[in-house]
Design a binder for this molecule. Structure first.
Ligand code: ZN
Ligand code: ZN
Length: 119
């Protein structure tokens, strides 16, 4: 996806558009005001060119993190550089699946559980 496509998609999924706040609140802050802010954040963080998104990692069988995508996607979804040199804009669950692709060695697992792994 390109930066522009990601911005459009992000605004489609964001919580305040799915469930707009009551008018009294919306009047104070203004949905357009939020949009401008989110768009500005994304513009700053996303590079030009092709960016992978969670969709590109569906084969890893991970569920997207709804919290990341809905509430503060401009903060919680992050830009990650992949080993193959590409760039991905992905939420926390996909990040851990993608970045954790390497199988941990037995030693690392032991370290993680404080050496108390049962044979
Ligand atoms: Zn996701
Ligand atoms: Zn998340």
């Amino acid at each position: 996806m390109t930066k522009q496509e990601i911005i459009a998609l992000t605004l489609q999924q964001i919580e305040y558009r799915q469930n707009p706040p009551p008018e009294e609140i919306a009047d104070c802050v203004g949905i357009e005001g939020y949009d401008d802010f989110v768009i500005a954040e994304l513009n700053e963080q996303l590079p030009e060119g092709e960016i992978k998104t969670c969709e590109d990692f569906k084969h890893l069988n991970v569920e997207c993190c709804e919290t990341c995508h809905r509430y503060y996607p401009h903060y919680d979804v992050k830009l990650v550089s992949l080993p193959d040199g590409s760039t991905a804009w992905i939420c926390c669950t996909v990040r851990s699946a993608v970045l954790g692709l390497k199988e941990p060695s037995e030693e690392e697992i032991r370290g993680f559980f404080g050496g108390k792994i049962r044979e």
